[in-house]
Design a protein around this ligand. Structure first.
Ligand code: Q0Z
Length: 301
């Protein structure tokens, strides 16, 4: 399979608004923003020295797929836009980025992470073992690690500017948002999770949990789904055939990388060790598999 060089730095001739660990946001002027996914990858919260070829394109393709598959549930920020309609300065850069970008509507973002969990894992499992509840939501006794919850639960978190997001109560989340908006966004988040989890399960993937962001569209006042959605970077994807309650299944995308890093005895402080080519290739294969199983399309590098 042919594969283009990995894009770890993103150059676009537009005003730069913000940088995440693995993605960038640019200003298109007016009500438009340009959202760009690089091929960078992080593990244990540290960006790796090597990028994963096509990762940005695979994740962008997944987000766009899900925006289409859930647009009957809630409005979203994605604005399909031919390159010809973008500023001349950015057009060539974007052609070179090859499918790593989305034009999105500029929203007034709600300052809350909308986390939905369908399985008992990670901090949820830790919470449950200690208290019998997850983020204050009581669960049946005797549940095992990675077991499916009776119903998906909404566990809001603050957006930490440094360090990790902090779980908060639904009442605290509501206080941070304009009146009436939290419940609308919460119901959208749970509805989109249910749709996606059912869909993925039929294609051999368990969507254990996921994180959404919402904003208000200034034009319509509507609560609108934003950011990337239902990608391996914003969610836990497990291969269904490896799921067995009692222990956490491997991550479809990052398990090979994490196992290699663990074997390398890296202490998780930067810099991360250089990744050998087979680790890059095997990791890329996990993203391709997620994309192909979920979208039903073959990925054509
Ligand atoms: C998203 C982020 C980064 C990518 C702001 N539609 C929107 N309207 C207003 N703001 C945002 C969005 Cl998506 C927005 N982020 C997070 C940071 C690259 C996304 F550096 N920040």
């Amino acid at each position: 399979m042919s594969q283009t060089a990995a894009v770890s730095t993103v150059e676009v001739d537009l005003p730069h608004l913000s940088s995440g660990k693995v993605r960038e946001l640019f200003d298109l002027g007016g009500d438009g923003l340009l959202f760009v996914a690089s091929d960078r990858i992080s593990a244990y919260d540290v960006v790796m020295p090597q990028a994963i070829p096509d990762k940005g394109r695979l994740l962008t393709g997944m987000s766009i797929f899900w925006f289409g598959a859930t647009s009957d549930i809630c409005p979203n920020h994605y604005v399909p836009t031919p390159l010809e309609n973008l500023p001349r300065a950015a057009r060539e850069d974007l052609a070179a980025l090859g499918g790593r970008h989305m034009v999105v509507r500029r929203l007034e973002m709600l300052p809350v992470e909308f986390v939905v969990r369908g399985y008992l894992v990670g901090s949820g499992w830790k919470d449950y073992k200690r208290t019998g509840a997850v983020c204050g939501i009581a669960l049946p006794p005797g549940m095992r690690e990675a077991e499916q919850l009776p119903e998906p639960i909404f566990t809001p978190a603050t957006k930490a500017t440094v360090g990790h997001d902090e779980n908060i109560s639904e009442a605290q989340a509501a206080d941070l948002c304009p009146p009436g908006t939290l419940k609308i966004a919460r119901d959208y988040a749970v509805g989109v999770y249910r749709r996606a989890a059912d869909y993925a399960r039929n294609r051999g993937i368990i969507l254990a949990d996921t994180k959404f962001e919402f904003g208000l569209d200034p034009a319509s006042g509507e609560v609108t789904l934003a950011d990337e959605v239902l990608t391996p970077d914003s969610s836990r994807f497990w291969p269904a055939d490896r799921w067995e309650p009692g222990s956490t299944p491997p991550s479809l995308d990052k398990q090979y990388l994490r196992d290699w890093l663990d074997a390398a005895a890296w202490d998780h402080s930067p810099p991360a060790p250089d990744l050998p080519p087979d680790v890059v290739d095997r990791t890329r294969a996990g993203y391709v598999e997620a994309y192909e199983r979920l979208t039903g399309r073959t990925f054509d590098a």
